[in-house]
Design a protein around this ligand. Sequence first.
Ligand SMILES: [Zn+2]
Length: 229
Amino acid sequence: MIGTGASPRITYSSKADVSYHALRESILAGELAPGVRLDQAKLAAELEVSATPLREALRRLEAEGLVNARTHRDVSVAQIVPDEVQSLLAIRGRLDGLAIRLAVAQSDSEASIRIDAAANDVAFWRERAVDAERAFHRAIYTASRNQVLIDLLDLIWDLTGRFHRVIGSRATDIFIAKHREIAKAIRDGDSDAAEAIMAAHIEAEIALILDKPYPKSMRTVTTLDIVGA
Ligand SMILES: [Zn+2]
Protein backbone atom coordinates (compact mmCIF):
# COMPACT_ATOMS: atom_id res chain seq x y z
CA MET A 1 0.00 0.00 0.00
CA ILE A 2 1.31 3.43 -0.88
CA GLY A 3 1.87 5.92 1.89
CA THR A 4 1.96 3.54 4.83
CA GLY A 5 5.74 3.40 5.02
CA ALA A 6 7.08 5.61 7.78
CA SER A 7 10.07 6.98 5.90
CA PRO A 8 11.14 10.48 6.98
CA ARG A 9 10.49 11.70 3.45
CA ILE A 10 6.79 10.76 3.58
CA THR A 11 6.38 12.15 7.09
CA TYR A 12 7.95 15.40 5.96
CA SER A 13 5.82 15.84 2.89
CA SER A 14 2.63 14.97 4.74
CA LYS A 15 3.37 17.60 7.39
CA ALA A 16 3.95 20.17 4.69
CA ASP A 17 0.76 18.95 3.07
CA VAL A 18 -1.29 19.23 6.23
CA SER A 19 0.09 22.72 6.87
CA TYR A 20 -0.60 23.75 3.30
CA HIS A 21 -4.23 22.63 3.39
CA ALA A 22 -4.90 24.12 6.82
CA LEU A 23 -3.44 27.50 5.89
CA ARG A 24 -5.11 27.53 2.52
CA GLU A 25 -8.51 26.92 4.09
CA SER A 26 -8.00 29.67 6.65
CA ILE A 27 -7.03 32.13 3.92
CA LEU A 28 -9.89 31.17 1.62
CA ALA A 29 -12.34 31.36 4.51
CA GLY A 30 -11.07 34.83 5.34
CA GLU A 31 -9.98 33.76 8.85
CA LEU A 32 -6.49 34.86 7.94
CA ALA A 33 -7.43 38.25 6.58
CA PRO A 34 -5.92 39.83 3.47
CA GLY A 35 -2.75 41.73 4.22
CA VAL A 36 -2.13 40.07 7.60
CA ARG A 37 1.51 39.29 8.31
CA LEU A 38 1.99 35.64 9.27
CA ASP A 39 3.68 34.85 12.56
CA GLN A 40 5.52 31.71 11.49
CA ALA A 41 6.62 30.65 14.95
CA LYS A 42 3.03 30.83 16.16
CA LEU A 43 1.69 29.04 13.08
CA ALA A 44 4.27 26.27 13.44
CA ALA A 45 3.22 25.79 17.06
CA GLU A 46 -0.48 25.77 16.17
CA LEU A 47 0.02 23.32 13.33
CA GLU A 48 2.47 21.29 15.40
CA VAL A 49 5.11 21.31 12.69
CA SER A 50 8.67 22.53 12.47
CA ALA A 51 9.85 25.46 10.37
CA THR A 52 10.78 23.44 7.29
CA PRO A 53 7.41 21.93 6.37
CA LEU A 54 5.74 25.24 7.20
CA ARG A 55 8.05 27.03 4.78
CA GLU A 56 7.32 24.41 2.15
CA ALA A 57 3.58 25.03 2.65
CA LEU A 58 4.09 28.80 2.37
CA ARG A 59 6.02 28.35 -0.87
CA ARG A 60 3.09 26.47 -2.37
CA LEU A 61 0.68 29.15 -1.23
CA GLU A 62 2.92 31.79 -2.73
CA ALA A 63 2.93 29.95 -6.06
CA GLU A 64 -0.88 30.11 -5.94
CA GLY A 65 -0.83 33.83 -5.22
CA LEU A 66 -2.42 33.43 -1.79
CA VAL A 67 0.54 34.76 0.18
CA ASN A 68 3.32 37.21 -0.61
CA ALA A 69 6.80 36.60 0.68
CA ARG A 70 9.08 39.60 0.77
CA THR A 71 11.72 37.55 2.54
CA HIS A 72 11.85 34.15 4.19
CA ARG A 73 10.49 35.64 7.38
CA ASP A 74 8.24 38.36 6.06
CA VAL A 75 5.24 36.53 4.63
CA SER A 76 1.75 37.98 4.53
CA VAL A 77 -1.67 36.98 3.21
CA ALA A 78 -2.20 38.40 -0.28
CA GLN A 79 -4.42 41.46 -0.53
CA ILE A 80 -7.64 41.44 -2.50
CA VAL A 81 -6.78 43.66 -5.41
CA PRO A 82 -9.69 45.10 -7.48
CA ASP A 83 -7.84 44.35 -10.74
CA GLU A 84 -7.50 40.73 -9.69
CA VAL A 85 -11.21 40.48 -8.93
CA GLN A 86 -12.01 41.94 -12.35
CA SER A 87 -9.56 39.70 -14.20
CA LEU A 88 -10.53 36.45 -12.51
CA LEU A 89 -14.27 37.06 -12.74
CA ALA A 90 -14.04 38.24 -16.35
CA ILE A 91 -12.43 34.91 -17.23
CA ARG A 92 -14.99 33.07 -15.15
CA GLY A 93 -17.76 34.88 -17.00
CA ARG A 94 -16.47 33.62 -20.35
CA LEU A 95 -15.89 30.10 -19.09
CA ASP A 96 -19.31 29.97 -17.40
CA GLY A 97 -20.77 30.95 -20.78
CA LEU A 98 -18.83 28.17 -22.48
CA ALA A 99 -19.98 25.68 -19.82
CA ILE A 100 -23.59 26.72 -20.50
CA ARG A 101 -23.17 26.15 -24.25
CA LEU A 102 -21.63 22.72 -23.73
CA ALA A 103 -24.25 21.79 -21.13
CA VAL A 104 -27.12 22.80 -23.43
CA ALA A 105 -25.52 20.89 -26.32
CA GLN A 106 -25.61 17.72 -24.19
CA SER A 107 -29.39 18.17 -23.80
CA ASP A 108 -29.27 15.87 -20.80
CA SER A 109 -32.58 16.21 -18.96
CA GLU A 110 -31.20 14.70 -15.75
CA ALA A 111 -28.41 17.25 -15.69
CA SER A 112 -31.05 19.96 -16.19
CA ILE A 113 -32.95 18.63 -13.19
CA ARG A 114 -29.78 18.76 -11.09
CA ILE A 115 -29.13 22.36 -12.18
CA ASP A 116 -32.74 23.26 -11.30
CA ALA A 117 -32.41 21.60 -7.91
CA ALA A 118 -29.22 23.54 -7.15
CA ALA A 119 -30.95 26.78 -8.20
CA ASN A 120 -33.85 26.06 -5.87
CA ASP A 121 -31.89 24.82 -2.88
CA VAL A 122 -32.90 27.86 -0.86
CA ALA A 123 -32.40 26.23 2.52
CA PHE A 124 -28.76 25.62 1.62
CA TRP A 125 -28.50 29.27 0.61
CA ARG A 126 -29.74 30.49 3.93
CA GLU A 127 -27.17 28.42 5.74
CA ARG A 128 -24.15 28.59 3.52
CA ALA A 129 -24.52 31.21 0.82
CA VAL A 130 -21.03 30.87 -0.63
CA ASP A 131 -21.19 27.08 -0.91
CA ALA A 132 -24.70 27.21 -2.38
CA GLU A 133 -23.58 29.76 -4.93
CA ARG A 134 -20.71 27.55 -6.00
CA ALA A 135 -22.82 24.38 -6.03
CA PHE A 136 -25.20 25.90 -8.58
CA HIS A 137 -22.43 26.93 -10.95
CA ARG A 138 -20.71 23.60 -10.50
CA ALA A 139 -23.87 21.76 -11.54
CA ILE A 140 -23.59 23.57 -14.89
CA TYR A 141 -19.87 22.78 -15.19
CA THR A 142 -20.53 19.10 -14.50
CA ALA A 143 -23.24 19.12 -17.17
CA SER A 144 -20.69 20.43 -19.69
CA ARG A 145 -18.86 17.09 -19.35
CA ASN A 146 -15.60 18.81 -20.19
CA GLN A 147 -13.13 17.90 -17.46
CA VAL A 148 -10.52 20.47 -18.47
CA LEU A 149 -13.13 23.20 -18.20
CA ILE A 150 -14.35 21.86 -14.85
CA ASP A 151 -10.79 21.83 -13.47
CA LEU A 152 -10.08 25.36 -14.72
CA LEU A 153 -13.26 26.68 -13.18
CA ASP A 154 -12.54 24.88 -9.91
CA LEU A 155 -9.21 26.66 -9.75
CA ILE A 156 -10.82 30.03 -10.44
CA TRP A 157 -13.43 29.42 -7.73
CA ASP A 158 -10.70 28.45 -5.28
CA LEU A 159 -8.92 31.69 -5.98
CA THR A 160 -12.07 33.81 -5.81
CA GLY A 161 -13.67 32.10 -2.81
CA ARG A 162 -12.55 34.78 -0.42
CA PHE A 163 -14.02 37.44 -2.69
CA HIS A 164 -17.40 35.74 -2.46
CA ARG A 165 -17.22 35.76 1.30
CA VAL A 166 -17.24 39.53 1.02
CA ILE A 167 -20.75 39.31 -0.40
CA GLY A 168 -21.89 36.75 2.16
CA SER A 169 -25.67 36.40 2.14
CA ARG A 170 -26.36 40.03 1.17
CA ALA A 171 -27.28 39.16 -2.40
CA THR A 172 -29.08 35.91 -1.65
CA ASP A 173 -32.50 36.82 -3.08
CA ILE A 174 -31.11 38.45 -6.21
CA PHE A 175 -28.74 35.55 -6.83
CA ILE A 176 -31.41 32.91 -6.32
CA ALA A 177 -33.67 34.71 -8.81
CA LYS A 178 -30.87 34.91 -11.39
CA HIS A 179 -29.93 31.27 -10.89
CA ARG A 180 -33.55 30.25 -11.50
CA GLU A 181 -33.65 32.28 -14.71
CA ILE A 182 -30.40 30.68 -15.89
CA ALA A 183 -31.66 27.19 -14.98
CA LYS A 184 -34.89 27.79 -16.90
CA ALA A 185 -33.06 29.05 -20.00
CA ILE A 186 -30.81 25.96 -19.91
CA ARG A 187 -33.87 23.72 -19.54
CA ASP A 188 -35.43 25.49 -22.55
CA GLY A 189 -32.25 24.91 -24.53
CA ASP A 190 -31.79 28.67 -24.93
CA SER A 191 -28.04 29.01 -24.47
CA ASP A 192 -28.01 32.64 -25.74
CA ALA A 193 -30.40 33.72 -23.01
CA ALA A 194 -28.68 31.65 -20.32
CA GLU A 195 -25.29 33.05 -21.29
CA ALA A 196 -26.55 36.65 -21.27
CA ILE A 197 -28.16 36.27 -17.84
CA MET A 198 -24.99 34.63 -16.54
CA ALA A 199 -22.84 37.50 -17.83
CA ALA A 200 -25.08 40.04 -16.07
CA HIS A 201 -25.05 37.92 -12.89
CA ILE A 202 -21.25 37.90 -12.79
CA GLU A 203 -21.06 41.64 -13.51
CA ALA A 204 -23.32 42.15 -10.50
CA GLU A 205 -21.01 39.97 -8.40
CA ILE A 206 -17.99 42.05 -9.36
CA ALA A 207 -19.83 45.24 -8.44
CA LEU A 208 -20.86 43.80 -5.07
CA ILE A 209 -17.39 42.57 -4.23
CA LEU A 210 -15.73 45.85 -5.07
CA ASP A 211 -18.30 48.02 -3.30
CA LYS A 212 -18.34 46.24 -0.03
CA PRO A 213 -16.04 47.77 2.55
CA TYR A 214 -15.04 44.38 4.07
CA PRO A 215 -11.38 44.15 3.41
CA LYS A 216 -10.52 47.63 4.61
CA SER A 217 -7.01 46.41 3.95
CA MET A 218 -7.92 46.35 0.26
CA ARG A 219 -8.12 50.12 0.29
CA THR A 220 -5.76 52.68 1.61
CA VAL A 221 -7.54 54.06 4.62
CA THR A 222 -6.57 57.65 5.20
CA THR A 223 -7.21 59.80 8.23
CA LEU A 224 -9.70 61.73 6.12
CA ASP A 225 -11.78 58.60 5.54
CA ILE A 226 -12.00 58.00 9.25
CA VAL A 227 -12.64 61.61 10.24
CA GLY A 228 -15.06 62.23 7.41
CA ALA A 229 -17.13 59.09 7.99
ZN1 LIG B 1 -24.27 32.55 -9.15
